[in-house]
Design a protein. Structure first.
Ligand code: KG4
Ligand code: ZN
Length: 361
């Protein structure tokens, strides 16, 4: 194991989806020196989803100023940086290219290591930034683009136990919110609407429940919700009480599905790593209170401690990229300036590619 210089600081850049983010993270407390996130929600809202071309252009227009501000917030200059980390994929390629080109330029100008970080690895390692979780740990990574159960064995070594056969859990929240006329992004809006709803009024399916393995599927749930809405007369005909009940029913179905699949993954994790003690929840959907509580309870029943980073570090951010870069640099990894952005980049390259999950990971 190689260790970098004490007091190491890394600049992290994230542009793989619809958040433009820049952060400076140090290996000494306080670790997070700056963490700025510029959301593009307003740019994409009228389309009800992310438009890749608009995302790339927005990253290009804002990233350099955001990086400059991150240095100002951290109170350091470019000369204080020991490496530049960037999300090199998986994600929307136009956006990834914007971040990668700036990161390469800064690393080249300063003569410091360039680190191309897998966006999923950054989500995976966030619990070590915030809670120093030791390897190995089980990870439930749930976001808009990904839904996976992985064993994180060490930096750069991941074993995928399950992935989605179709949609990610976050997509199910987003598409569900659209069907309910709530807007975008759907997760927080469904969570808020569900607070006043009855999760038992509409019985929605729990896809794959009880089946062996740890894969996920959400398309049947989405279809069931759509059929319900049609039966009720369509989106425009829903009254606020019904919207709340449907939101609560959808959220409960997603939470139960995540918990059921995680139960299987816990059994496999324990069989492979009897000494493993932690279940980590990460990705945007981990911001959901009821899901966090259900996964906490599940972990406790199986003798595991559950860890979920604070909400602003669960959703896309630059600090997670900088931290993953810092961990990679410490472990002796760095990348060449010939690195090519990767739209698709599985964390566990040996995992079988499943139907429908090929777009990203
Ligand atoms: O990790 P993230 O910021 O971006 C991706 O890498 O995909 O995750 C975004 C996803 C969106 O689908 C959003 O609806 C979902 O996370 N999300 C939530 C909540 N906050 C964000 N889902 C459920 N409940 C929330 N409170
Ligand atoms: Zn993400």
């Amino acid at each position: 194991m190689h260790y970098g210089p004490p007091g190491m600081k890394i600049l992290g850049i994230e542009t793989s989806c619809d958040e433009t983010a820049a952060a400076i993270v140090a290996d000494e407390a306080p670790r997070i020196r700056a963490n700025l996130v510029l959301s593009q929600v307003a740019e994409h809202a009228e389309y009800g989803g992310i438009v890749p071309e608009i995302a790339a252009r927005a990253h290009l227009e804002t990233l350099d100023r955001l990086v400059t501000r991150a240095f100002a917030v951290a109170g350091v200059g470019l000369d204080a940086i020991d490496g530049v980390a960037v999300a090199g994929g998986p994600g929307l390629i136009g956006g990834v290219m914007v971040g990668v080109m700036l990161a390469k330029g800064l690393a080249l100008a300063r003569g410091v290591p360039f680190l191309a970080v897998n966006h999923l690895e950054a989500h995976a390692l966030t619990a070590r930034l915030t809670d120093d979780v030791p390897f190995p740990f089980l990870l439930l990574l749930v976001s808009g683009g990904h839904c996976q159960l992985l064993i994180v064995e060490e930096v750069g070594r991941y074993r995928r136990l399950g992935t989605t056969l179709d949609d990610a859990a976050g997509e199910c929240f987003d598409k569900g919110a659209k069907l309910l006329g709530l807007g975008f992004p759907g997760g927080p809006l469904i969570e808020r609407a569900a607070e006043r709803g009855d999760p038992r009024r509409f019985l929605l399916p729990r896809p794959l429940r009880g089946r062996s393995g740890a894969n996920f599927s959400f398309s049947g749930l989405k279809t069931a919700l759509r059929e319900r809405v049609v039966k009720l007369g369509g989106t425009a005909a829903l009254d606020p009480g019904t919207v709340a009940d449907l939101a609560a029913s959808l959220q409960a179905a997603i939470a139960d599905t995540l918990a059921d699949r995680t139960t299987h993954a816990i059994a496999e994790f324990k069989a492979r790593h009897p000494g493993g003690r932690h279940l980590v929840l990460s990705g945007g959907v981990a911001a959901n209170g009821p899901i966090r509580r259900q996964i906490d309870a599940l972990a406790a029943r199986h003798g595991l401690s559950s860890v979920a980073p604070p909400i602003d570090l669960c959703t896309d951010n630059g600090a997670m990229i900088a931290w993953a870069g810092l961990e990679r640099l410490r472990a002796g990894f760095k990348d060449g300036l010939d690195f090519a952005p990767r739209p698709r980049w599985p964390l566990d390259a040996s995992a079988v590619r499943v139907r429908g999950a090929g777009v990203k990971a």
